[in-house]
Ligand binder design. Structure first.
Ligand SMILES: NC(=O)C1=CN([C@@H]2O[C@H](COP(=O)(O)OP(=O)(O)OC[C@H]3O[C@@H](n4cnc5c(N)ncnc54)[C@H](OP(=O)(O)O)[C@@H]3O)[C@@H](O)[C@H]2O)C=CC1
Ligand SMILES: O=C1OC[C@@H](O)[C@H](O)[C@H]1O
Length: 390
């Protein structure tokens, strides 16, 4: 918090789909509503790979500034001199090429999850950001919630003793009303291998986030230990994974993480069973669904004493009571840039890479493969993933 002028971060939005809309509406919420007076956000440009008309319609939909620029290509957006940072909101398949496009143009980047399709792509993005002295962050918004920060503090302060195990699930019952298929069209990004579809990359990254932020992130820097991974998947008819279970062992720390995801069942249709359990020698912390946007946790002591805590998301009355929780990660970007940091300490580059390595290994064991166009780690500014000509 500060009483001086807030630091203003000027955003360029790459893509106009569902999450871009949600994120932008959060950017436009007043920071005061969440008690932030040190940073603020402006959306100065929006690009759609389909047309500038679509970008203009998007700007209207989010009730953005009338003078924001609207572009019909991603390549125009990344050279806009007024833009500080690009928010990459395309499907996972596109993240590597689109983020490279922005970094090569000298822009800082916040890239949606899953960071990339392969670990090599993640490493290349990090190398590029480092070489060009640019800020880069994977948009795992959940990590920046006050609830996540509190859970990490409780672990660090020894509230539940030594943590031995974290179990997390993010599952969404997406069965079609009729037949044995899922409700997504085969072309939808959730199940389409050409768009890096599948449960692991889209949903599994969240239970893994809980495994990592409780078991890996809090390990002391000098003995950070990446997990050994055992995983199994079932394939959907498209070839993408419809469910996956991942066991992450940290033998040097005597801890184990279990992350699961399926598109065939809900984590808990009644939301009475926790989505995440962080278990220690003196008790456990339970986090309630959905694992990506939790607003309730419970601390249960070994003697059975328990307390539940509600952590509602702030909403902006001046923006139709909007507030989704993505503004916390945007604030992190602003603070890092203000303070001259290239990476966020809450989700350092190395950790994003280890998470990508974990998912890559899980997918390998599950026999899930993706096409060369989206797995290559050779940057091509003219890739159809950058030009929109696929
Ligand atoms: N953090 C979170 O809570 C969430 C994150 N996500 C992540 O955000 C990303 C986008 O998801 P979402 O917004 O739901 O997806 P959408 O399908 O709604 O939007 C994706 C956008 O990407 C652009 N795009 C470019 N090429 C393609 C292509 N070949 N096929 C489809 N879209 C293309 C399009 O915008 P245009 O035409 O303007 O270029 C499109 O609108 C994913 O990586 C996903 O994992 C998604 C949901 C929630
Ligand atoms: O990030 C996400 O969180 C919510 C899910 O419904 C969505 O599929 C996923 O992309």
């Amino acid at each position: 918090m500060t009483s001086g002028n807030p630091y203003t971060l000027k955003w360029g939005i790459m893509a106009t789909g569902g999450i871009a809309e949600t994120f932008c509406k959060d950017l436009l919420c007043s920071p005061a509503v969440r008690g932030a007076d040190d940073v603020r956000h402006e959306i100065v440009a929006v690009a759609s790979s389909s047309s500038s008309k679509r970008a203009a319609e998007f700007l209207q939909k989010i009730n953005g500034a009338f003078d924001a620029k609207t572009y019909g290509s991603y390549s125009e957006l990344v050279v806009d001199p007024n833009v500080d940072i690009i928010y990459v909101a395309t499907p996972h398949s596109h993240h590597f090429q689109n983020t490279m496009l922005a970094l090569e143009a000298g822009k800082h980047v916040l890239c949606e999850k899953a960071f990339t399709v392969t670990a090599a792509q993640a490493r290349k993005l990090v190398e590029t950001a480092k070489a060009k002295k640019l800020f880069l962050m994977e948009a795992v918004w959940t990590r920046y919630f006050p609830l996540s920060i509190k859970v990490r503090e409780l672990i660090t302060s020894g509230e539940i003793g030594t943590v031995f195990r974290t179990i997390g699930d993010l599952s969404i019952n997406s069965n079609a009303e009729e037949g044995s298929g899922l409700s997504f069209a085969d072309s939808h990004r959730m199940v389409n291998p050409d768009l890096a579809g599948g449960a692991t990359l889209d949903l599994g990254v969240y239970p893994l986030t809980w495994v990592f932020q409780t078991l890996y992130h809090l390990q002391p820097e000098q003995d950070k230990e990446a997990p050994t991974v055992i995983a199994s998947s079932n394939k959907y008819t498209t070839g993408a994974d419809e469910n996956t279970a991942i066991i992450c062992s940290f033998p040097g720390h005597n801890s184990i993480g279990i992350a699961s995801t399926t598109m065939r069942a809900d984590t808990d249709p009644e939301n009475v069973v926790p989505a995440v359990r962080i278990q220690g020698s003196k008790g456990e912390i339970q986090v309630f669904a959905p694992a990506y946007r939790p607003t309730k946790y419970r601390v249960v002591k070994r003697n059975g004493e328990a307390q539940t805590f509600d952590v509602p998301q702030p909403a902006d009355p001046a923006r139709n009571n909007w507030g989704h929780g993505m503004f916390w990660e945007a604030d992190e970007c602003a603070r890092c840039l203000r303070d001259g940091k290239l990476e966020s300490a809450t989700l350092p580059w190395k950790e994003s890479i280890v998470i990508m390595e974990t998912m890559e290994e899980a997918l390998r064991q599950g026999g899930i493969t993706y096409p060369e166009l989206i797995t290559t780690d050779v940057y091509d500014p003219k890739s159809p993933l950058n030009t929109g000509n696929q």
